[in-house]
Each structure stands twice: as C-alpha cells, then as structure tokens.
Write a protein that binds this ligand. Structure first.
Ligand code: SF4
Ligand code: SF4
Length: 309
C-alpha cells in the first residue's frame, strides 16, 4: 500500500486539485469548446476566401471576401490590410494608396480591441500547423534540442523592418509561411508546402512552440499591439491553488506569471493569444474571458476577480 500523505495545499489553504478530463462527451466538448470555435473561425475564413475566388460567392453582386490575409476586401467595400506588411512595404519605399492605409487602420483597431495575438490563435492558418506539431510532440514525448529566448522574435521583427529599408521590399512578406500556406490552400499544391513542412518539423523535433513562440515577427508585432487590448483573461486570485495546469497547456506559458496576474487581476501580457486553453483546464474556474474595464485590480494582489455585469 502506498502512503500518499496529506494533500498539498495551495497558498489559499485549499488542497491542490488537478485537471481531469471529463468522461462524458458533453464534458469533453466543454473542455474543447475554444479549440472548436477557433478551428471554425480559421477554416471558415479560408472557405470564404476560397468560395469567393473559385465559386464567385457574392452578396447582391458584391464579392464576399476577396484577396488574401495580407490585403483583402469585404463585400467589395471594406478594405483590410495586414499592418505589419503595410509597415514593411512603406519602409521599403513604396507609396501606398489611402485605401490600404484605411485597411491597415481597421485591422489594427480591431486587434487593438480584441487582443493582438487573437489573430494568432483564431485566424492565422499556421496556428493549425504549430498546434498540430505541439499535439504530436505530447503524444510522442519529444524533448527540445535547444532553447532560445522567446524575445528572439522581437529581434526578428526589427531585422525584418531594417531589411525592408535596405532591400526596398517587404522582407518578411517574401518568406512569410503564413502567406505561403494561404496561397497553397487557395490556389493549389506547390513548393510552398516545403516551408510549411519545415515549420511542422522544427516545432515537432527541435523546439516546442519554436516558430510561433520564438521566431515569428508577425506574432511579435501583434504581441506589441495586444498590450492595450480590451479582451483579457481575468484572474481570480483567492481561488488559485497554483496547481500549474494552466501553464502546462499554454503555448506561451510565460504569460501565466501568477504574481503579475494577481496584481493586475488578469493576464496582462500582449503575448497571450487569447486561445482560452487555460480557462478550460483550470480546476478552480480561476480564469475567464472578460473586458478590461470590467476587471477590478486593487493594489496588493489579493483581489477577487471582479467582473462587473
Ligand atoms: S506567431 Fe506568426 S505564424 Fe504563429 S500564429 Fe502568430 S502570426 Fe501566425
Ligand atoms: S489558474 Fe492555473 S495555477 Fe491557478 S488553479 Fe487555475 S490552473 Fe491551477
């Protein structure tokens, strides 16, 4: 007989419990709800682009969603442009028309409200590849070959901008796996799959969350945008037992700094992708999506998560 001893207690004096996957289908669907919603959004957008390009989907004669993830138009009226691509192109010396600037402002404003890296978890098609690599990694028990700082992506961001100035082209756009994958999915199989396979293998065999978590300059750009975002993961300090389950599933575990979360009443880091994984595995319901103005964060870090209704 094994003596398991008394239960470990969290800082709030409660026994530390761990996440257990429910046995029922309903329970599992509840745990998987955000990943289901995210895939519906990611795939749905690709289908809208595909349907408009190949089947002429339109509303009252206006093309539904035409273009690509760098520059697109909704119903032939509302422009949307990737602000990071626009920044690179401008630094490369190209004068863009006002419509593109308006499109970039719309996208920047939207992600400034809902969280910069919401783009990563909910829209970017590469996220499905890197999530797949992370899933395979867990199944196969693969270890990292080396470690690099997650801040490396900010150096890649600066390098992309400097190279854009020096080369007179949008440097990252040239090699962006996001644009490559989007092109491949919309217009057919080509050599671009090699780049996507490279990212899958890098994340699977070399470094956990290697591309999105350490290198991608677009993710870094949106992390800067996300610092001011309104949609946040709120944190209820007194219920947290520091079990660590949230950090174990998070693709950006450094954002789950519980001391900082306690002080702010929320996950304040712009690097949070708002994927919602932590929310669904927390056995104490400590975490929940909320709007920043509705979260109280009194000094001292002992606040309950106050979400005004
Ligand atoms: S980090 Fe880059 S590749 Fe990964 S999801 Fe974000 S934008 Fe896409
Ligand atoms: S917030 Fe994280 S550490 Fe705290 S109880 Fe929930 S899963 Fe555990």
């Amino acid at each position: 007989m094994t003596d398991t001893g008394p239960p470990r207690l969290g800082p709030n004096g409660r026994p530390v419990r761990h996440f257990v996957m429910p046995g029922s289908l309903g329970g599992r669907l509840r745990v998987w709800r955000f990943i289901i919603y995210r895939r519906l959004v990611q795939v749905g957008l690709l289908v809208l682009f595909f349907g408009t390009a190949h089947w002429g989907w339109n509303v009252f004669g206006r093309p539904l969603l035409q273009g690509n993830l760098s520059a697109s138009e909704v119903l032939g009226i509302i422009p949307m442009a990737d602000p990071f691509a626009v920044l690179q192109i401008t630094l490369g010396g190209v004068v863009l028309n006002p419509e593109v600037w308006l499109g970039a402002a719309i996208v920047l404003g939207a992600y400034g409200l809902i969280g910069g890296r919401t783009w990563c978890a909910w829209v970017c098609p590469i996220n499905m590849v890197t999530d797949g690599a992370a899933w395979l990694r867990r199944r196969l028990g693969v270890s990292d070959i080396f470690h690099v700082s997650r801040n490396l992506r900010y150096s890649v961001l600066v390098l992309s901008l400097v190279l854009s100035v020096l080369m007179g082209v949008a440097a990252f756009e040239w090699i962006s796996p996001i644009a490559i994958l989007h092109r491949e999915l919309l217009y057919g199989i080509g050599m671009g799959w090699v780049a996507v396979l490279g990212i899958l293998l890098f994340d699977l065999l070399v470094l956990r969350h290697g591309w999105c978590g350490h290198l991608c300059p677009l993710g870094a750009f949106y992390a800067l945008v996300g610092r001011v975002a309104l949609v946040r993961v709120a944190f209820d300090t007194p219920t947290c037992t520091h079990c660590g389950d949230c950090a174990r599933v998070c693709p950006e575990p450094q954002v789950l700094n519980l001391r900082q979360a306690s002080e702010a009443g929320m996950i304040a880091s712009g690097e949070c992708t708002n994927c919602g994984r932590c929310i669904t595995v927390c056995p104490e319901d400590t975490l929940a999506f909320a709007l920043r103005p509705r979260i109280d964060a009194p000094a001292g870090g002992t606040n309950h998560r106050q979400v005004h209704t």
